[in-house]
Design a binder for this molecule. Structure first.
Ligand SMILES: Cc1cc2nc3c(=O)[nH]c(=O)nc-3n(C[C@H](O)[C@H](O)[C@H](O)COP(=O)(O)OP(=O)(O)OC[C@H]3O[C@@H](n4cnc5c(N)ncnc54)[C@H](O)[C@@H]3O)c2cc1C
Length: 180
């Protein structure tokens, strides 16, 4: 995971999932040890924020709350050997009535570095992840797309819901743990 993260490919698969899970990279180097949010490691395609002599020793994943889970999906145009053309990592927590209380969404492959999309997460909070309200809310949010929060994250909301009509090509989950 550290090599994949440090390569800083916009299409790296683990990175949006790690960002959505609030993963932190533990970095050691000549100046000692520091913790850096995973989203701050890639800074541009092929470039990372590590200083000379620094290396990642751990990827820290906070424990999930109760009734929470993470998932990652990517869209690839042809075969399993393709890299993602768009991807999303999502972390959700539900209450006892199955209403979403916490959400983190990160997207990959569509901008220079994987990006946390708070507007997308806000669309999910307060819903039961059912399609109709989500559809309306994601369209409203998509209309507000900016360079930093691009419009093309919106179709990902469809792929990330349980009733998605889009086939799931590749899914992984991250188990809660202190460090991996
Ligand atoms: C044909 C092919 C297809 C691929 N398809 C995909 C794909 O679909 N999705 C995907 O996500 N990836 C894909 N990859 C990328 C691949 O899976 C690796 O993640 C990537 O090549 C990095 O390799 P590595 O993990 O062995 O790291 P390395 O090659 O060992 O390292 C990569 C870079 O990170 C640095 N580095 C490594 N470890 C650390 C560390 N602990 N601290 C600081 N710097 C470090 C190295 O110095 C190097 O610059 C593909 C690669 C190939 C060759």
């Amino acid at each position: 995971m550290a090599g994949n993260l440090c390569n800083a490919s916009p299409a790296a698969d683990p990175v949006p999932a790690m960002i959505a899970a609030n993963a932190v990279a533990r970095v050691n180097g000549p100046s000692g040890e520091r913790d850096c949010p995973v989203q701050d490691i890639p800074v541009a395609p092929g470039h990372n924020s590590l200083a000379k002599g620094e290396f990642i020793t751990s990827i820290l994943l906070p424990a999930c709350p109760v009734n929470a889970s993470d998932a990652y999906q990517r869209f690839i145009p042809h075969t399993e050997m393709d890299i993602a053309v768009v991807s999303a990592g999502v972390s959700l927590a539900l209450d006892k009535d199955r209403i979403c209380t916490e959400a983190q969404v990160a997207i990959g492959a569509v901008v220079a570095t994987a990006l946390k999309v708070d507007d997308a997460a806000a669309c999910l909070i307060g819903t039961k992840l059912d399609m109709d309200p989500l559809d309306v809310r994601r369209k409203n949010a998509a209309r507000k797309g900016t360079k930093a929060q691009p419009r093309n994250w919106a179709p990902l909301m469809t792929t990330c819901t349980p009733s998605s009509p889009i086939p799931v090509r590749w899914v992984t989950t991250i188990s809660p743990m202190a460090a991996a």
